[in-house]
Design a protein around this ligand. Structure first.
Ligand code: ADP
Ligand code: GN1
Ligand code: MG
Length: 377
């Protein structure tokens, strides 16, 4: 049986574990995530209405302990649910909701040891792959900042670390160097310029982790994967509605969430754009996000965190670049690819963006400077 058939067979086995009303009329691959296998299920109810669900096969090569991961997701979403209710919001739309199996389980392990989970589909939303205007980006910033604020008192010690050292840039650098040294696919010759670029910036890799170790930056509960397509916007109000993809919610630095959003959303081109002349840092988007994030965090960011925002943006972009490049060198074993050289193309955009940030460093610092020591509101 081919892998694809096996996936299909397993998907039906997984679907059968859920007691969902109506008749299944559609099941199709969904979204543009690089990690999990995501499917949209559509059920038609007797009255003709439709009810949709997201079914995901978790990537258990990457997430080594899917059970712990789901414990995190359920605990965090239940915690958020209470906060959303207290604020008068709608928790069915403003946070993910795990659909339990017939046995009351929060996931299902199939006969081939794949792990599946289901979420309520959040209807009438849009998921953006590129920023369309500064207002949307500002809004996403406020939502990610608010997410961090809502989890500020979450008992961080109860969270499992779903991927150890996820944003530990020096550790990512060592992984990258090992990938270059091993060069298992013989691809290093195709990426000499990119490898040299990455190696020459080793000195900066520890800029944030050192401040954390010295106690100059606080450890918080963070999302850690704050790209724009991990947020759903309400299709009617166009407001950022729900932060999704909670697999990496773990203790981290606020700068990780800020930086990862900038690298994805404040770029003038797509993450996998082949024409590098289209890639640069849009300073007005940078400012919109900075303002939104600081406001969304509700005055909780320290002056040091704010001062380090440009470094957060640069290091998260650099780190993502070395991860893409290492994956290219290792044979594309981590990020899903859709064409040959996809991970190398992705690494190139990240490094182009890092170089542009270096060129615009003073402007970035000046923008951020405006927001230091603004009294908490
Ligand atoms: P990955 O970890 O692979 O990125 P995500 O959890 O981000 O997977 O899901 C992939 C995509 O599926 C998202 O970008 C979004 O478009 C869509 N999606 C995920 N969960 C929901 C949901 N509950 N409601 C609507 N769309 C969703
Ligand atoms: C992955 O899961 P997704 O597609 O939202 C990755 C992020 C990277 C991102 C790059 C668990 O995010 O760390 O920044 O791709 N997630 C994981 O696009 O590794
Ligand atoms: Mg995602």
């Amino acid at each position: 049986m081919s892998t694809e058939n096996q996936t299909c067979a397993n998907i039906d086995e997984a679907i059968a574990q859920f007691a969902l009303a109506g008749t299944l009329t559609e099941k199709s691959p969904y979204g543009n995530g690089h990690i999990n296998d995501t499917f949209l299920l559509i059920y038609e109810l007797p009255e003709g209405e439709k009810k949709q669900y997201i079914l995901q096969r978790m990537n258990h090569t990457i997430f080594k302990n899917p059970v712990q991961l789901m414990e995190n997701v359920v605990n965090v979403t239940e915690y958020l649910r209470k906060g959303i209710l207290a604020a008068g919001g709608n928790p069915d739309r403003e946070t993910l909701n795990v659909v339990k199996t017939k046995d009351g389980g929060i996931y299902y392990e199939d006969s081939a040891h794949n792990y599946w989970r289901m979420f309520l589909f959040i209807e009438n939303t849009v998921c953006l792959e590129m920023v369309e205007n500064a207002k949307d980006f500002y809004d996403s910033a406020a939502a990610f900042g608010n997410f961090q604020r809502m989890l500020a008192n979450y008992p961080a010690q109860t969270l499992h670390e779903t991927i150890p050292n996820f944003h530990n840039t020096p550790s990512r650098f060592l992984d990258f160097k090992r990938a270059v040294e091993k060069d298992v696919m013989g691809r290093a010759k195709l990426a000499e310029k990119e490898i040299a670029f990455a190696l020459s910036r080793e000195g900066e890799a520890s800029a944030l982790t050192e401040l954390l170790e010295k106690g100059e930056l606080p450890l918080r509960v963070t999302h850690n994967d704050t790209k724009l397509n991990n947020i759903l916007f309400d299709a009617d109000t166009k407001k950022a509605l729900c932060v999704i993809d909670l697999d990496t919610v773990m203790p981290g630095l606020s700068l990780y969430d800020y930086g990862d959003s900038i690298r994805f959303g404040a770029s003038t081109g797509a993450e996998d754009e082949k024409d590098l002349s289209k890639i640069s840092l849009d300073l007005s988007l940078f400012e919109a996000f900075t303002k939104g994030f600081i406001e969304g965090c509700g005055g909780s960011l320290t002056d040091k965190e704010i001062e380090m925002l440009p470094m957060g943006a640069k290091l998260m972009t650099y780190e993502c670049g070395i991860r893409f490049l290492a994956d290219f060198l290792e044979g594309d074993v981590y990020f899903k690819i859709h064409r040959e050289g996809h991970n190398l193309d992705r690494a190139r955009t990240q490094f182009k963006l890092v170089a542009d940030m270096e060129a615009k460093w003073k402007e970035m610092a000046a923008i951020v400077e405006k927001y230091v020591s603004i009294p908490n509101n």
